[in-house]
Design a binder for this molecule. Structure first.
Ligand SMILES: [Mn+2]
Length: 308
């Protein structure tokens, strides 16, 4: 049996407490047809963004992690100045208002003003909402509680379950490429479908299997050395930036801007504005307690001194 065709649907249980195994069409299990949710281009792992004429450029936002109060100023900016809004994924978990973040993204996606890339937290939320067995840690439990408590929580869950499979892992604009975790040359547009191994790379980044003393996985960036030198990569997932954005350069000259500045850990939310050709124009942040994006510096990445 192909496991992709099956999932446990507690909502269709024959009697309470006994989930029924049901067979669902493949598009419902993970591969929605793009036209069903209003997109012109077919669902793909990676694609180039075709920017409608009405947009001045793209506002690429790092890991939001449930902080709608930090995302709202960027949404306002995108609306006021006609930027397409692109989230690098990890919309929920750790913050106080997952429903608010989903509400904002829903508006942008439905009005074809924005998209989000798949992040590992989004992927886990999706699998959980499908009824698949996942490990529900304290962060995800909190997200599910927030959705449960929201009057439109059920609607937002349905929307997310429906739209997530149509969201790409990788999006390119000119020579700038966006991903949540990590990239491989085999994931760059015009490639549009790639294998499971590379899905995991996009969601989780490159890991060694080891863990830091505090339990965080050890993440490495050898993948950057394999990419063409003229690319700029915008990635989230690893909160290596703070009030300064960190730019890493690979062996061939390929640059990686770490756009996760730790909004999920009390840090600011960061964004980069791209022009219509994908060239970076400015880096911006919304800091906790503030309501306006402010310009923020970009400095070379320097390895932190290991704690002894
Ligand atoms: Mn992540």
């Amino acid at each position: 049996m192909d496991r992709d065709h099956r999932f446990l649907d507690p909502g269709r249980a024959l009697w309470p407490g006994r989930p029924t195994l049901v067979i669902v069409p493949r598009w419902r299990a993970g591969l929605a047809k793009a036209e069903e949710i209003g997109f012109a281009s077919p669902m793909s792992h990676a694609r180039s963004l075709e920017l409608a004429d009405r947009f001045e450029g793209v506002l690429v936002v790092g890991d939001v992690h449930g902080h709608s109060e930090l995302l709202t100023p960027f949404c306002d900016l995108a609306l006021a100045q006609s930027f397409f809004l692109l989230s690098l994924g990890d919309l929920t978990d750790r913050g106080p208002d997952a429903p608010g973040v989903l509400r904002l993204m829903r508006r942008f996606v439905e009005e074809e003003r924005g998209l989000f890339l798949r992040g590992n937290h989004d992927d886990k939320l999706f699998r959980t909402l499908l009824g698949r067995r996942t490990f529900i840690d304290a962060d995800l439990a909190d997200t599910l509680d927030q959705l449960h408590a929201a009057s439109d929580g059920r609607l937002l869950e349905d929307w997310f379950r429906h739209v997530y499979p149509a969201m790409p892992f990788v999006l390119g604009v000119g020579r700038t490429v966006m991903v949540h975790g990590a990239l491989d040359p085999a994931m760059l547009p015009p490639v549009n479908v790639f294998p499971k191994r590379l899905e995991a790379l996009a969601l989780f980044g490159e890991v060694t299997g080891e863990r830091h003393a505090d339990g965080r996985p050890v993440r490495i960036y050898r993948w950057l050395d394999r990419l063409p030198g003229d690319l700029l990569v915008l990635a989230g997932h690893d909160p290596l930036s703070d009030t300064v954005l960190r730019l890493r350069t690979g062996k061939n000259g390929c640059r990686l801007l770490h756009l996760d500045s730790g909004a999920g850990q009390g840090g600011p939310l960061s964004a980069v504005r791209l022009d219509r050709l994908g060239e970076p124009v400015e880096a911006l942040q919304v800091r906790p307690g503030e309501r306006e994006p402010r310009p923020c510096p970009v400095l070379p990445f320097t390895s932190p001194v290991p704690a002894l």
